[in-house]
Structures are given as structure tokens and as C-alpha cells.
Design a protein around this ligand. Sequence first.
Ligand SMILES: Nc1ncnc2c1ncn2[C@@H]1O[C@H](COP(=O)(O)OP(=O)(O)OP(=O)(O)O)[C@@H](O)[C@H]1O
Length: 318
Amino acid sequence: MTGAIATRAAEVPDIVIDVQGLTKSFGGRPVVKNLSMQVHRGLIYGFLGPNGSGKTTTLRMLCGLLTPGSGHGTCLGYDILTQSAEIKRHVGYMTQRFSLYADLSVRENLEFVARVYNLDDPHAAADSAIRRLGLENRASQLAGELSGGWKQRLALGACILPGPELLLLDEPTAGVDPKARRDFWDEIHTLAHQGMTVLVSTHYMDEAERCHEIAYIAYGELLAQGTVDEVIAHAHLATYIVTGPDLAELAERLKAMDGVDMVAPFGTALHVSGRDRARLDAATKDLREQGPQVWSPGEATLEDVFIDLMSRTKDNFA
Ligand SMILES: Nc1ncnc2c1ncn2[C@@H]1O[C@H](COP(=O)(O)OP(=O)(O)OP(=O)(O)O)[C@@H](O)[C@H]1O
């Protein structure tokens, strides 16, 4: 199967997704607005944003599973408006809900998927997936009895069984423990290394940081995209890390100040950011000089940037 993925990938265009001006409304309410993006082959591309911001809708439009209201583009070289059947043949889609048969074993599920896709040797295909995902000890266990992490691994195994060229993973690790999440992401990286392109939505910052590129979507708008470093640099957030006593009270005071755009607790510290360094410095001058807290210049994190982006869109909505 590994060979199959590598061979197919060689035929895939270098730009796997190339879309312009996609929009989608439900019941007259715009859910995705004028979205344009390109994704290169072999990249892990992460979609982040608040709940209900349009990530799933975007993922589904990008690969022809949902027709946009307007806009156009290609996925795997096929037209998303007219060739969705061809696209679907080459896309593996893992939804938020576990969609395999709970009362079939791991092996039976995989063989079933192999038969649905008319693979030559369903038994061998299931074997290969079981080995690849380290499911040997669980092959005869009922899928419904697996832990959350192993269920996700099985779902991934079923997704890649037919040798897709593009994987869509919609919050694949929600509710999965950190070790299982890490293993899952190691596997995604191995697949990408072999030429598979992966679009993945997530709410986890550590997962965002494991993506080659990310897109941040809020209220239907694509607010930032690029590598993690590019997204952070582009936000131009000046940041202080504040430690010491009474941080909760300090946070409330800071939130009300002009020039302070983002205040968020991180463990035992407070991150305080502003889009304009001079205004942030002026606003916080007295507090920084008087204490009792200690203020140190810091680097904005991806999470700081996302919190700031989210609050900006909320401001615009108000
Ligand atoms: N088929 C549909 N019919 C009507 N409304 C829909 C439909 N699909 C999605 N929506 C609405 O569109 C908005 C965006 O939903 P979407 O699932 O794309 O967001 P999301 O960013 O993936 O959210 P989450 O992080 O919660 O999964 C939501 O308000 C949702 O209720």
C-alpha cells in the first residue's frame, strides 16, 4: 500500500487545491465568504478557527463534496464544480463521527472497506493496514470496544486503504489522549512524506504547530494563512509576559485599556499583547514600572495571535 500511495502521488499536480472566491450560504446566512487558497502536494494543511466558523464547510467544498454558491477552482486537477465524482474517488474523508461498524472486528471493518473499493485482495489490504497502524494485537477486537485513540487509528486505516491522494481529516483527534494524538500525527507526517496531501481541521495549538501550513477561519472569513512563523510574524503583535501576584485582577484592568488588544493567562503567567508597540508601551508604562508584577518582553505565540484574530472579528461583528 505504501508503494501505491507513492506511485499515485507522482501523477498528482503540484498544486493539489487551487480555488478562488468560494462562498456558501445556508438558509440565506453566509457561512464561507470569498475564500481563495492554494495547497501544494505533500503538505499537511491545518484549518483552525472558532466553532461554527465554516471549517467543515470549507473542507467539503474544497474537494467537491459540497457545491459552493459561487467561486471556482480545482482539486487534484479536477474542476470542483463539474468533476466532483472524479475527485471523490481520490479523496479519503474522516469525519468527526466514528463511521465504522461497532459490531465488526478491526479486521472485518478493514476487509469490508477493501471490498467496497473493489481492491484485488481485501485480506492482504487489511493485513497491510493492520501492520502499518500497529493494530496487530487488536485485529480481532470489535471496533466498538476500542478506546478513542485506537478507533481513530482504525478510521485512518480505513481512509487510506484505497490509496487516496488527498486526505480530509475533520477534527480527527477530538477527545483523544496526548500519546495517541502524537502517534496519529506521526502517521500523518509519514503519509505526507510519501506524497499524500492532508487537510486537517483542529482546535489544538500543538497540532497546528505540526502542520506545514495553516489557515485561520473565523465567521466564514479566511483571516490568516501561511506557515506558523509567517502567521505569527504577519500579526505584528508586541507581547509582554507578566508574572507575579494578583494576575486575574491585573488582567481585568488591562482588558479595559486602549492599546492593549489581547490579554490571556498561560499557566502561571499572563500574555499581554498589542498590535501597536508604542500604544501598548504607553498604556502599560505605569504598571510595568510600579509592579508588583514582573513584566518581560516576550514573543507572541500562535495562540496569542489566534485569540487576537478572534477578538478582532468579534469586534467587527458587534
Ligand atoms: N447543511 C447545513 N445546513 C444548515 N446549516 C449548516 C449546514 N452545515 C453547516 N451549517 C452551519 O454553518 C456554520 C458553519 O458550520 P461548519 O460545520 O462549517 O463550522 P466548523 O468551523 O467546522 O465548526 P466546528 O468547529 O464546530 O466543527 C454553522 O453555523 C453550522 O450550523
